[in-house]
Ligand binder design. Structure first.
Ligand code: ATP
Ligand code: MG
Length: 365
């Protein structure tokens, strides 16, 4: 067998496959780019479950004219210049590959952008290599922001495309769950999602979901999950006394809440690090989730073993980026913490407050 170098196009396809595995991954990357651009309003549109096109419009900072040539080039990023910058950056993105990978797997990508100082927005076509062309003026952005539209995702990867078609409905459900995760962690951002269909020449039908800007996470809980659940939960923010750089912010069921409302299974667990959704199942902190389950059920007198369901959990670990590593998996949803015992301790303190054990109740009398 001879060893030879892969051609550039094959390399691009192989790379893109790691990040952009499905429409859900595309949405995640686009959402994160909009949040990194400090958008306070994000609109997503899916035509035919995203199989026709996916569009995201934000009111973020927009892309400077001088940066547009390399916006979708692989390894071009405005967020990181040295590897060590990872210790200080707060942005979701840092690899400079998401947009490029999206271009590789889409039939066509169109980017429209405007900064506050630009007199008018400009629209660009972006090809597979991430090269922009065909610049024209557009009046689709009033102040500042960016619109990214990608057509026919995975059209050039038949197996992925077939899978995307087969899983279209379940993917849209997952998109909704993903949006909920980001919407919950960002009270100050309005999120909207429209699903449209235009099949068979029939009149297009639209279905829109909106999370408005809210004052607090508690209000977001009420809007996203209903006032009944919101009434049965409480927020707690605890900062480590010895090491004030670590804060844990939680919304958890009250100790007298109705389990039929707060116990909904794994889909109601929202685990974050600095507002980045993290996969608690893969995370080294998954014990925290099972601890909360046990303490809550203990507090309300439910048999822990007979009921594996999880209560509603919102938990955000706020800690400087130098205290953890997010560059672990392609999708950045796994985080390795340097001082996980500190996090366990602080969560335990919160749980002792919300769900006092019999001994604690006795001593507090
Ligand atoms: N919605 C947006 N608004 C403003 N700038 C954007 C937007 N989307 C992308 N950009 C710019 O394009 C660059 C490339 O985006 P891309 O998502 O490919 O990489 P990244 O976010 O830097 O890193 P990662 O690959 O980890 O997401 C960003 O660094 C940012 O400067
Ligand atoms: Mg990005």
């Amino acid at each position: 067998m001879t060893i030879k170098i892969l051609n550039a196009s094959a390399i691009r396809h192989l790379h893109s496959g790691q990040v952009i595995v499905d429409i859900l991954a595309i949405v995640k990357e686009l959402l994160e780019n909009s949040l990194d651009a400090h958008a306070t309003s994000i609109d997503l549109v899916f035509m035919n479950n995203g199989l026709e096109f996916v569009q995201i419009k934000d009111n973020g900072e927009g892309i400077e004219e001088g940066d547009r040539l390399c916006v979708a080039k692989r390894h071009y990023t405005s967020k990181l210049s040295e590897f060590h910058d990872l210790e200080v950056i707060q942005s979701y993105g840092f690899r400079g590959e998401a947009l490029n990978s999206i271009c590789v797997v889409s039939d066509k990508v169109v980017i429209t952008t405007k900064t506050k100082t630009d007199p008018i927005a400009k629209q660009y076509d972006v090809n597979k290599e991430g090269t922009i062309s065909n610049e024209k003026v557009a009046n689709t952005i009033a102040s500042s922001g960016t619109i990214v539209t990608l057509y026919k995702p995975f059209y050039n990867l038949p197996v992925r495309r077939q899978l995307a078609q087969k899983n279209a409905t379940s993917t849209m459900k997952k998109v909704q769950e993903l949006l909920t995760k980001y919407a919950l962690a960002h009270p100050n951002v309005r999120f909207a999602c429209t699903q449209s269909t235009n099949a068979g020449g029939r009149k297009p039908s639209n279905n829109t979901w909106i999370k408005p800007i809210t004052e607090t996470i508690e209000t977001s809980v009420s809007i996203l999950f209903g006032p009944r659940l919101a009434d049965m939960t409480e927020r707690f923010i605890e900062t480590d006394e010895e090491d004030p750089i670590l804060t844990v912010d939680v919304v958890l069921p009250k100790k007298n809440s109705d389990p039929s409302i707060v116990l909904k299974g794994p889909e109601n667990v929202f685990f974050y690090c600095n507002q980045r959704p993290i996969n608690y199942v893969k995370s080294e902190l998954k014990d925290i989730v099972s601890n909360i389950r046990v303490r809550y059920k203990d507090a309300i007198g439910l048999n822990v073993d007979n009921n594996q369901k999880l209560p509603f959990i919102y938990l955000d670990i706020q800690i400087p980026p130098s205290e953890y590593d997010v560059n672990v998996e392609p999708d950045k949803t796994t985080v390795l913490f340097h001082k996980k015992d500190r996090i366990y301790n602080i969560v335990k303190k919160i749980l002792d407050e919300i769900y006092p054990t019999k001994m604690e109740k006795f001593f507090n009398k």
